[in-house]
Design a protein around this ligand. Sequence first.
Ligand SMILES: [Zn+2]
Length: 338
Amino acid sequence: MNMTDEEFERIYGRKPYKKQKKVKIYWGRIIAAAVIFILVVYLIVKAVTGVYSLIKGDKDKTSDGKSQTSSAAAAGTKAKKNNDNDSQEKPSITVAEGSITVCIDAGHGDYDGGTTDNSGTRFEKTDNLRIALEVQKNLEAMGVNVVMTRDDDTFVDLDERCEIANDAKADMLVSLHRNSYDGDISGVEIWVNNAEPAYDTMLAQNIMDKLVAVGISDNRGVQYGYVGNPGVNYYVNADTVMPSCLVELGFLTVDEDNRLFDENLEAYGKAIAEGIVKTAYDTGLVDSDGNRAISDQLLSAEKYINRAEDESQAPTPAGGFETDTEGEVYNTQENEYY
Ligand SMILES: [Zn+2]
């Protein structure tokens, strides 16, 4: 029975209870809203994780960068090591194994610290030993028999240093030092006996040339005698019979020289070794194949003559000059050691 609302009201005196109006559910809108919500949440999450991963990514990148740097450094070290190995296996210049003997003298030692840097905390004796060990390593790789006056932090006096070189019948001696000066000078100088012996000069010049090729702040040249007094000699240049020189490898009082020393320690070691071995060829100590060409110790003629004259005992030249086995050398001058 269908009746209109008016009929219902007339009969029952009230309006019919209407079925609760069905709430229209706008599923489309809900779904749309849900989709939008999900989208927004998704985007927020995405954005947050994006930023996070960006930060993390940066970090990763940084750490990657670092690890790349360090791995590059490691690779570099490895490459360097390989190079070192290579240079040890195949140095640029060699002599027949054990064919020549070279004495390397690391200046000062123990309580004799030598000079210091401006802060007074860096000692010459330490730098001298560092470079001496590098030179030794390279020389040995080149086939040279090396005699060290010291290979640790011990004191060896100057007489003894000369004796070690003379007794070992070393063909050359290179004394390694670092300089100091209260003034505006820097760089490398190499000292030779004031008799200006040819082989000693050659040795010093060859070492200087190689060091210049690596890079030094200033080439102060090969010099004769003693700093401030050409009339006297450094002890090791006076009391030895073989070609010798004293290298002042930059000034400890100059930051730039210290930086160069630290950065080029290995390269300087190699350079000095190359200069020494080149001198073995230049003096005819070895032949072009690197085999020893003279039977006796290589002598510094001018130093030897000086010494003999001073001691009034001229040597009997036999194939040049005889090797002195006494290790006793002229000592009439007031030799000082810088
Ligand atoms: Zn010194």
